[in-house]
Design a protein around this ligand. Structure first.
Ligand code: AMP
Length: 485
């Protein structure tokens, strides 16, 4: 691992791809753009079968860099096709190189892809399988919340491409079941999210297990100073590619704000879903408790809904997501754990039932729609308490969002803001000791007093009104508690 400084920015013309060899025979006509990037015929065939006709901008830029063996720092909005941007060249590189088997004849782990969430890990590995279907490479995904034994058995056989969430990966390492010493390529997908979720210590522990000589690819939707400084310790003279302005919101998403009174949000949501006959609606709440409550209320309104959040078992999360993806579930209510990585093709509607208190989360949430060329709509139901969140979001995305009052739902102009209990704090707070000892991961009765300098749940808002008597549980706590492992 090198600690050389990052070179910002490197233009595409400086990206060498002379070393790319392609064994392609007749390229698949419909996906010629991919063979022009230097990818092998087997990969182009798989991509063509997936229906891709040309590489997306991040793919056009990232694939030659990865094929050339250089480190990469890539900034890509959600839904830009970044998974194929790293998966395709990795498959190409690994399949063109002879594997060095261990003394026991076992195939070593040659590529390690780390993701912040289980869902994203599963999706990435699915992509590896899809794009690598004509290649003899092996892959698997490991994440927590499920029985570890099948993973142990599968690892015994040897796996070349491993997709993992950091916590469960370390569990395997601790049990002496993983040898990462032969890793040739490391990918950190959604690196900003990983840091934001407090994975930095886990990642550092994992990095220490990797060989110094390797290729590193870091993908991030946003480039905070923290990401830049982390990248400068990880990457060796990386090529930087970026396909959208920093913190930009997905181009194809129509965004609107519907001002509404706090206690009429549910009624308005039902009204919107029913009058417009919305199907496949992803609704975001700030808390797990809020998500569960909303699901119950939607059921009362005869709308089929399920919740996905960090308190749900992995089986329940997978089931809800599966039903939502296959179209048999009308509404999926999610906390921010689902804001990243979910790839549901052509998701038409995202509703911010509650605005996120971390403005970057807004960008990630609405990135669930308008993906890879299809258009979508993102609606935010905003009550008087959330004005500050709205202005923070508008500052971040550098535009003001159009507001529209829905007839019959005019907000009370005399309404006063009340404080909002938030779970997820803004980024870059100290998260030291989180893995085992995170104070916000404890039940509220154990949360240290405000005098503690540890991260706390925070009340924000302008009024001096009392705290809610039944504080909602913060999403962050249990997502840390469960640790995506
Ligand atoms: P990702 O940003 O990697 O999550 O990809 C978002 C979506 O874009 C996924 O549904 C991919 O299957 C799709 N996709 C990726 N590459 C292409 C491409 N070149 N053409 C069309 N769709 C693509």
């Amino acid at each position: 691992m090198s600690s050389s400084a990052i070179i910002f920015p490197v233009t595409k013309s400086s990206v060498p791809n002379k070393s790319i060899s392609t064994k392609s025979s007749a390229p698949i006509a419909s996906a010629q753009g991919f063979s022009a990037l230097g990818l092998s015929e087997q990969i182009v065939r798989a991509v063509a079968a997936r229906g891709y006709t040309k590489p997306t901008p991040i793919q056009s830029q990232a694939i030659p860099v990865v094929l050339s063996g250089q480190d990469l720092l890539a900034g890509a909005q959600t839904g830009t096709g970044k998974t194929a941007g790293f998966t395709l060249p990795i498959l190409h590189l690994l399949s063109n190189k002879v594997v060095k088997r261990s003394a026991t004849g076992k195939i070593p782990i040659r590529a390690l892809i780390l993701t912040p969430t289980r869902e994203l890990a599963a999706q990435v590995e699915e992509s590896v399988q899809t794009y690598g279907r004509h290649l003899p490479l092996t892959s698997m995904v490991i994440y927590g919340g499920v029985n570890i034994n099948p993973q142990i058995n599968r690892l015994r056989g040897g796996v070349e491409i491993l997709v993992a969430t950091p916590g469960r990966l370390l569990d395997h390492v601790q049990q002496g079941r993983l040898d990462l010493s032969q890793v040739e390529i490391l990918v950190l997908d959604e690196a900003d999210r990983m840091l934001d979720m407090g994975f930095i210590r886990d990642i550092k522990r994992i990095l220490a297990l990797l060989p110094k000589q390797r290729q590193n690819l870091l993908f991030s939707a946003t480039f905070s100073n923290e990401i830049k400084s982390f990248a400068s310790t990880l990457l060796n003279q990386p090529v930087m590619v970026e396909v959208a302005a920093q913190n930009a919101t997905a181009d194809l998403v129509t965004q609107r704000v519907f001002p509404v009174d706090r206690d009429r949000k549910r009624e308005l949501l039902t009204h919107l879903i029913k009058t417009h006959n919305w199907y496949q609606v992803l609704v975001f709440t700030r808390t797990k408790h809020g998500a569960d409550r909303l699901v119950k209320q939607l059921h009362q309104d005869d709308i089929v809904a399920m919740a996905i959040h960090g308190n749900k078992s992995q089986a329940a999360r997978t089931r809800a997501l599966g039903k939502f993806k296959d179209g048999s579930l009308q509404v999926l209510v999610a906390t921010d754990i689902a804001a990243r990585g979910l790839d549901i093709s052509e998701l038409p509607h995202v509703v911010n039932y509650e605005l996120p208190n971390v403005p970057e989360d807004y960008v990630h949430r609405i990135g669930r729609t308008g993906r890879a060329g299809s258009s979508g709509e993102a609606i935010s139901l905003v009550c008087v308490d959330e004005r500050k969140f709205l202005s923070d979001i508008e500052k971040l995305i550098k535009r003001s969002l159009p507001q529209e009052i829905i007839a019959g739902f005019d907000p009370d102009p005399r309404a006063k803001a009340e404080p909002i209990q938030v779970g997820r704090q803004s980024k870059h707070q100290p998260r030291h000791g989180q893995r085992d000892n995170n104070p916000i991961a404890k039940p509220s009765s154990q949360v240290p007093s405000k005098s503690s300098n540890q991260p706390q749940k925070k009340l924000v808002g302008r009024s001096t009104a009392k705290s809610p008597t039944q504080p909602p549980k913060p999403e962050r706590s249990d997502s840390h508690h469960n640790r995506n492992r």
